[in-house]
Design a protein around this ligand. Structure first.
Ligand code: ADE
Length: 417
């Protein structure tokens, strides 16, 4: 089967969404233009497991302009924009994704995409690499892959450390032009967007509890503060906790935060961060959401089991009445709230993330023979090139060091004058 999507008739709407994204992704569009004339990925089969959004659509078009064939599957059962999936099928991509997949359908789609036998894989969460390493795929022709997110990089580094990773991976997530923007500003804005679209609650004056103060938690904390919320951070890492405290946020243990919070968001990359024990001491009406990659951060199943009543209040909002009579509201089944209830990160930040993806694919193709089966950072030249291009498209000019200054920063002999 060549594709499996919700409805091909949505293609025209998808085209409009893609056009909107293209207009807001100038760096990726300049790469698309070059790929169109140079065809650096000619004849390469790419299997991408990414959130099927309008921004991913622009990436897929860029890869196809470069000569690649693309099979696309979703990296989350709730994140697919069905209109975009339809438009991409019309373009000739093999898309296996629709919004609202079951777990079985989700993995089935990954398997269908993998039947195209990729030479390059693109992951957001490492589900494709994991599936390819599961033993069912004997003759791999993969020359390399890329990984979009922190959770995926952690999984892949664990595989490399154990010596089981079979091919090189470029950690797109770890490029400065990715995580200093996408993870911070993208997650910050889109998580709030998801919570607001789902609930329309007022943030001003609320106590907004964020579990995890990595790049994503930090971005979210700043945006929540900007909307007038009182932000509380919980952490397990002393360094991050210290940073949160000195950035002016209140830091405490979750068992304390559970009693005072109005809105809770997990951004940890870990599991069972919010549990039924926490829910049991929460205020009536507390809102629980997750913005980490997997749906294991909030123990939704445990909280449901401990509840005496369950009601779908509105799209992406489930009311759970606890035995003490208090109600908690779980958003998007504990899946990524920004992609399930909203549209994910804005195009402007995905512009840099996906420029890294496109250039990393080209780099893998050109350097496959030199690469070992381990996890690599995006080469510095690519990262800096993207930063320069982004600044240019924003019309921002920066200074250049004089010859004298260049010598000065390289030298060691000049000190106090
Ligand atoms: N991850 C977060 N936001 C995204 C988006 N808009 N498109 C693809 N992946 C994303």
């Amino acid at each position: 089967m060549k594709y499996s999507i919700k409805d091909e008739r949505l293609a025209e709407k998808g085209e409009h969404l893609l056009k909107w994204a293209e207009d807001h992704m100038p760096v990726l569009m300049s790469i698309k233009k070059r790929f169109g004339s140079e065809k650096p990925l000619n004849g390469i089969q790419i299997v991408a497991c990414l959130h099927v959004t309008k921004e991913t659509g622009v990436l897929v078009r860029t890869l196809m302009a470069g000569g690649a064939d693309v099979a696309l599957t979703a990296s989350n059962p709730l994140s697919t924009q069905d209109e975009v999936a339809a438009a991409l099928v019309k373009d000739g991509a093999n898309v296996f994704a629709w919004k609202g997949q079951t777990k079985e359908e989700y993995y089935d789609c990954i398997k269908k995409a993998l039947a195209f036998e990729p030479q390059i894989t693109m992951d957001d969460g490492a589900d494709v690499v994991t599936e390819l390493h599961s033993g069912g795929y004997k003759k791999l022709r993969v020359i390399g892959g890329t990984e979009e997110t922190t959770t995926g990089v952690v999984r892949l580094k664990a595989m490399a450390a154990k010596g089981v990773l079979k091919y090189p991976i470029i950690a797109v997530n770890n490029a400065e032009t990715k995580w200093d923007f996408d993870n911070i500003y993208g997650t910050g804005q889109s998580t709030i967007d998801g919570i607001l679209r789902a609930t329309n609650v007022l943030l001003a004056g609320k106590t907004f509890v964020i579990a995890g103060y990595g790049h994503c938690g930090k971005g979210l904390a700043n945006r929540a503060r900007g909307m007038g919320a009182h932000v509380v951070v919980t952490e397990v890492d002393p360094m991050k906790a210290l940073k949160a405290a000195m950035d002016g946020f209140e830091v405490m243990q979750m068992r304390q935060a559970a009693k005072v919070g109005d809105i809770f968001v997990t951004a940890t990359g870990n599991k069972n961060v919010l549990t039924k024990e926490h829910a049991a001491v929460m205020k009536d009406g507390a809102v629980l959401a997750n913005t980490g990659h997997f749906n294991v951060e909030v123990d939704v199943k445990g909280i449901i089991e401990s509840a005496k009543g369950r009601l779908k209040m509105r799209d992406y909002v489930e009311e759970l009445t606890l035995v003490n009579g208090n109600r908690v509201y779980v958003l998007a089944d504990g899946r990524l709230v920004n992609l399930a209830a909203a549209e994910g990160h804005p195009s402007e930040v995905m512009d840099m993330s996906f420029a890294n993806q496109a250039l990393a694919a080209e780099y893998i193709f050109n350097n496959a023979k030199k690469l070992e089966p381990t996890v690599y950072d995006v080469p510095k030249e690519i990262d800096s090139h993207i930063a320069k291009l982004k600044l240019e498209t924003m019309g921002i000019k920066i200074d250049k060091m004089t010859k004298e200054q260049e010598e000065y920063v390289k030298g060691w002999s000049e000190g106090t004058e």
